[in-house]
Design a protein around this ligand. Structure first.
Ligand SMILES: NC(=O)c1ccc[n+]([C@@H]2O[C@H](COP(=O)([O-])OP(=O)(O)OC[C@H]3O[C@@H](n4cnc5c(N)ncnc54)[C@H](OP(=O)(O)O)[C@@H]3O)[C@@H](O)[C@H]2O)c1
Length: 142
């Protein structure tokens, strides 16, 4: 099933962190299918480039692929810099990982990194996006 998005309301650009696979990849495809340009963010840049080429050909939209580790403190400055020239009307803050396992046996540094990715990264992205409260132009998995 495809959800049509209003390009006037949610475009001309959307930001999809975690677009290299899974749910985020499908979000990016469906957003592009509505004629909205997409900023694709994740660590695996080859997958982002492949997706970007595919959606730009199939849906005649632009894309920007940003290889970035969102679990790193201070990533938001790089993201802001790389998108400062774009009018972003929709954010799907989707990057994340469950890192399952027996809690005591998991590496503490890995747990902290996962916690940053699954919490602070969403907060930073939402805060940076700065849509006016009640404006209705932001969507995320927060
Ligand atoms: N599938 C489910 O049933 C389910 C249920 C509840 C919640 N969720 C949540 O929904 C989101 C997507 O799930 P999914 O099943 O589609 O998982 P997925 O296929 O593993 O996709 C996760 C995405 O997040 C990106 N990502 C992971 N770590 C990152 C990092 N440090 N920096 C930047 N990007 C990073 C991955 O890209 P790279 O590896 O290329 O960086 C990938 O694009 C996740 O947050 C997940 O926890 C999923």
């Amino acid at each position: 099933m495809r959800a049509a998005l209003d390009r006037e309301r949610f475009g001309p650009w959307a930001l999809v962190p975690g677009a290299s696979s899974g749910i985020g990849k499908e979000f990016a495809r469906q957003i592009a299918a509505s004629g909205i340009n997409v900023v694709l963010v994740a660590r695996r840049d080859a997958l982002l480039a492949e997706l970007g080429r595919a959606i730009s050909q199939e849906f005649d939209v632009q894309y920007r692929a940003l290889a970035m580790d969102l679990s790193q403190e201070g990533f938001i400055a790089g993201l802001a810099d790389a998108t400062h020239d774009l009018d972003i009307g929709l954010v799907v803050s989707n990057a994340g990982t469950p890192n399952p396992g027996e809690f005591q046996k998991l590496d503490r540094q890995l747990l902290q990194t996962t916690l940053r990715l699954n919490t602070m990264a969403h907060l930073d992205i939402a805060h940076h996006s700065g849509f006016p409260s009640g404006g209705g132009r932001v969507s995320s998995k927060l």
